[in-house]
Design a binder for this molecule. Structure first.
Ligand code: UD1
Ligand code: CA
Length: 455
């Protein structure tokens, strides 16, 4: 059977008090709606339809890389009206799965269960028992336990308000049924809206079987309406992510003080200290150590690498046995081979550093190729930018760069060359030689320091 997924995302999100559409607010650095779409994709549907409205262009832009049928709901007249906008794009023989763009952590297994239920497929709905069901539509069952209605909070009397089983907002309905039921909805209710939930009534009138699937994990069906709920769900999600990392072999000093905003693959016996943020796609080799207060985004880090405290690392490849930090900054396209040492207040950008080289203190290395076993002294700067263009610095194997050297690119220091401290190098230097540029030192005997003038 064909599966079409409709994701509702046209609501205003009033309670966010935001210029950004609600579904673009981020959970673990990923827009809410992208979480939903990624989950939808795991079901391999025949089509995905997103109903958009409020600031829809931004929503479309945020998902431009995914093949989606965009359906505009110009006026937000209710969830039933929203689904109706997508129906003309869906074949009669398809099953329609309705999801909400503001329920980001819906579990793919739960949806799979709903979609593969052996019960007759006329109307399936996900329900959950909540201690505090306030605000949700309540599931009303008859004496035989059969679902007969969903009643919204605004229409609920005291006895209905006491029902703890709620509608998670996720439905599975054959397109043909949905088409006929949506056509008979009305908006005679407290909010003057066409409620999708009223299709339950219509199914019951036609004696169509209704089946329910449930979960005991409330976070899977929690909708985001305000920033407090967003923060709660972020915490829950982080706890899950960090637990998965620990189960895969990483020691985390304090699970509450590690945030994972992306995917992390960990080797064995990795250890991560407190206040670390891991973003994007990260691969950690065996026995990698990450010190406190470090931020790493998109990195491939090989075995036995030690990253000390307070480093900021982005888009890099770090070879086995490297030692980084404390207070180092590795910027995009830094490529370090094995056993490289990068010390405090060193910035590396778009440069390769070959095996065993050391840049231990206060240096800027940009647009460079550095050979193996090179020693770069404190305060070395590759002057890579002439105000208009970037130029390359090449340093051969075993070169030794004295402290406080400026290498004015484009320039090559050949292998085995030594540069004397305090040099400004503007021309290529030959291999196995000493080069320095230095103002001769002078001493003036009997020189007196100036004193303050008396008026
Ligand atoms: C809805 C359900 C409620 C359920 C709850 C679960 C209805 C009438 N009520 O209530 O039973 O317990 O979800 O979270 O369905 N939307 C549109 N167009 C509209 C209106 C809404 O696209 O015209 C979208 C919203 O962007 C949102 C979703 O539909 O993604 C749900 O709408 P919302 O207004 O949040 O419904 P609730 O009051 O939460
Ligand atoms: Ca909602």
């Amino acid at each position: 059977m064909k599966l079409s997924i409709v994701i509702l995302a046209a609501g205003l999100g009033k309670r966010m008090y935001s210029d950004l559409p609600k579904v673009l607010h981020k959970l673990a650095d990923k827009p809410l709606i992208r979480h939903v779409v990624d989950t939808a994709l795991t079901l391999q549907p025949d089509s995905i339809h997103i109903v958009y409205g409020h600031k829809g262009e931004q929503v479309r832009e945020a998902l431009h890389d995914i093949d989606i049928d965009w359906v505009e709901q110009a006026e937000q007249l209710g969830t039933g009206h929203a689904v109706a906008q997508a129906l003309p794009h869906i074949a009669d023989d398809a099953m329609v799965l309705v999801l909400c763009g503001d329920v980001p952590l819906i579990n793919p297994n739960l949806l799979q269960m709903l979609c593969t239920s052996p019960e007759p497929h006329s109307l399936g709905v996900v329900t959950v028992e909540l201690d505090n069901p306030y605000g949700y539509g309540r599931i009303v069952r008859n004496a035989q336990g059969k679902v007969v209605r969903i009643v919204e909070e605004k229409e609920a009397d005291a006895s209905i308000q006491s029902i703890k089983e709620i509608n998670a907002g996720i439905f599975l309905i054959p397109a043909a049924n949905l088409r006929s039921w949506l056509g008979s909805l009305n908006n005679n209710n407290a909010q003057g809206e066409y409620y999708l939930t009223d299709v339950v009534d219509l199914a019951v009138q036609e004696n169509q079987p209704i089946y329910t699937t449930t979960t005991d994990n409330i976070y899977e069906v929690m909708g985001i309406n305000d920033r407090i709920q967003l923060a709660k769900l972020e915490r829950y999600y982080q706890t899950q992510q960090v637990q998965n990392l620990m189960l895969a072999g990483a020691t985390v000093r304090d699970p509450a003080r590690l945030d994972i905003r992306g995917t992390v693959q960990t080797g064995r016996d990795v250890s991560i200290d407190i206040n670390v943020i891991l973003e994007g796609d990260i691969i950690l080799g065996n026995r990698v150590k990450i010190g406190s207060n470090t931020v790493i985004r998109n990195a491939k880090i090989a075995d036995n690498v030690e990253i000390l405290s307070n480093c900021v690392i982005e888009d890099v490849v770090i070879g086995a046995g490297c030692k980084i930090g404390p207070f180092a900054r590795l910027r995009p396209e830094a490529r370090l081979a094995e056993d490289v040492h990068i010390g405090n207040f060193v910035e590396i950008k778009k440069s390769t550093v070959a095996q065993g080289s050391k840049i231990n203190h206060l240096s800027y290395i940009g647009d460079s190729e550095i050979g193996s076993k090179v020693n770069i002294g404190a305060g070395t700067i590759t002057c890579n930018y002439d105000g208009a263009n970037k130029h390359k610095t090449i340093i051969g194997d075993r070169a030794f760069i004295g402290s406080d050297t400026q290498l004015v690119a484009p320039v090559t220091v050949a292998e085995g060359a030594t540069i004397g401290a305090g040099s400004t190098i503007t021309q290529d230097t030959p291999p196995e030689t000493l080069t320095f540029s230095r103002v001769p030192q002078k001493t003036i005997d009997g020189w007196q320091r100036p004193t303050k003038k008396k008026i």
